[in-house]
Design a protein around this ligand. Structure first.
Ligand code: PFF
Length: 468
């Protein structure tokens, strides 16, 4: 234990930091393209189900575990039993791996703020090629990625209240305002209603096992769950805060922003007759193309949009870095600054590999995928869901029910009327639901070697992590 543990300065500050962690590239970059690829409304229905049945319960559980133990991911599990250290270690590893590709996309967003004003929109037909050439170039995306990572380092090095909380309090409200502005522009375009229909009229013929895994993985990724991030943030929370209502607010804000991102994008895309299933390039190709057709306002709107994407990404990657840093502080007594420098140095190497894997190093694959996809698929499709399942099993079957009740009702001083419902869903429904979805999805996935490798990593951690 550190002698004097840091704490959030205020409730608003905590909420902005936690919502800032949740709201990120997952909402604005990934959610719309997954929705587009998986048929629109039907995916959204399944996603909402995953968020409110599974995600909300797990978030409540993560807050409870974090605040109860007063420790970050590894320490929280370990303080219960050394046999559980591996579940926390898996979380820290997930954070590390997500930071192996997330700053690359963050760097793209940063670059696109500048590009919006320097001719990107001048030739609408060339925007797709520009994106392909940009992410495949050896040097330019690396420069932006490093700038992006340095901003993270500067924030996290300043600590919890001074850095992360302050940044969240300014950045999150800005994001809301910008998003509402872009939505307004999008839904007032002629022909935009087809986009709303695509989003909100479910077509279940497009649904299969993969859709469920994609929705579940996305729910965990988007809510920052299954890797101890909300355990870590919960550990800085004071004893007066009501955990269930905070979990609800964060979940609702995150889901609200994802849906808002959908409403900002699809109506505009349909208005301009574009393809919804554009994949990961959706935000970087389709939107600038849409902006390019808006005349003089185009570059400004585009610049605003990528600023917004950057802000969202930043408050999330800061939390990812914090998971790793908090582990080094709690378990290895490392000074904060040193922990930040060491972990971000390793992350930058992983990001360089990821970025190059989309261009000059595209031939260098491991288990059939390049570095970018390796980090992405391993975390999103395996680690987070399994991390969430382990947490549900830990909370439901190993922690004392009275302790959980005590924590969630602040020692019996506040009501949590749904405690039994929450407890039973967490204990029985979630482990089984995740097992079924993960099994169906993992067996249907193409990269079998990678799946086996991921499960092997978890097994190795389970055997060797007691010393961590
Ligand atoms: N929730 C973030 C997003 O939607 O972009 C990503 C993320 C942050 C995942 C923190 C996991 C995490 F612990």
């Amino acid at each position: 234990m550190t002698e004097k543990r840091e704490n959030w300065g205020s409730r608003f500050g905590f909420l902005m930091a936690a919502a800032g962690s949740a709201v990120g590239l997952g909402n604005i970059w990934r959610f719309p393209y997954l929705t587009g690829e998986n048929g629109g409304g039907a995916f959204i229905v399944i996603y909402l189900f995953c968020v409110f049945l599974i995600g909300l319960c797990i978030m409540t559980a993560e807050f409870a575990v974090g605040r109860r133990s007063g420790l970050a991911a590894v320490g929280a599990y370990k303080s219960y039993s050394k046999n559980w250290t591996f579940a926390g270690a898996l979380g820290v590893l997930s954070g590390f791996f997500i930071m192996g590709f997330y700053p690359v996309v963050g760097g793209w967003a940063l670059a696109y703020i500048a590009k919006s004003f320097t001719g990107l929109l001048a030739v609408p037909e060339a925007i797709g090629d520009v994106f392909g050439a940009f992410i495949g170039a050896p040097a330019e995306p690396l420069v932006w990625m490093i700038i992006y990572l340095v901003i993270n380092v500067l924030i996290v090095a300043r600590g919890v209240a001074g850095g992360i909380e302050k940044a969240g309090k300014i950045l999150m409200p800005t994001l809301f305002v910008l998003l509402i502005f872009i939505i307004f522009r999008s839904v007032t375009l002629p022909g935009s209603s087809a986009g709303l229909e695509f989003l909100f009229k479910p077509d279940f013929s497009k649904v299969n096992g993969q859709t469920f895994l994609a929705a579940l993985g996305q729910a965990f990724f988007s809510l920052s769950l299954g890797m101890g991030c909300m355990i870590t943030y919960g550990s800085y929370l004071n004893k007066e805060e009501k955990l269930p209502s905070n979990a609800f607010i964060v979940t609702a804000m995150d889901t609200g922003v994802a849906l808002m991102a959908g409403v900002a994008m699809f109506p505009a895309m349909f208005a301009f007759g574009m393809e919804p299933a554009a994949g990961p390039g959706l935000v970087f190709v389709v939107l600038p193309t849409v902006f390019a057709q808006m005349g003089a306002a185009g570059p400004i709107l585009s610049g605003f949009f990528f600023l917004l994407l950057c802000i969202a990404a930043l408050t999330s990657s800061v939390s990812l870095l914090e998971v790793v840093v908090a582990y080094l502080i709690d378990q290895h007594k490392m000074p904060r600054k040193k922990a930040v420098y060491i972990s971000s140095a390793i992350m930058s190497v992983m990001c360089i590999l990821s970025s190059l894997s989309l261009g000059v190093m595209s031939g260098a694959t491991f288990l059939g995928v390049g570095a970018f996809d390796f980090f992405d698929i391993l975390t999103d499709k395996i680690f987070l869901a399994i991390g969430g399942m382990l947490l549900a099993i830990f909370v439901g079957w190993f922690m004392k029910k009275e302790d959980l009740k005590d924590e969630l009702t602040n020692g019996g001083t506040v009501e949590f009327g749904l405690f039994e419902v929450w407890y039973n869903i967490t204990k029985y429904v979630i482990p089984v639901a995740i097992a079924i979805v993960a099994f169906a999805g993992i067996t249907a996935i193409q990269q079998k070697g990678l799946m086996i490798f991921g499960l092997l990593i978890i097994a190795v951690l389970a055997v060797f992590s007691k010393k961590l």
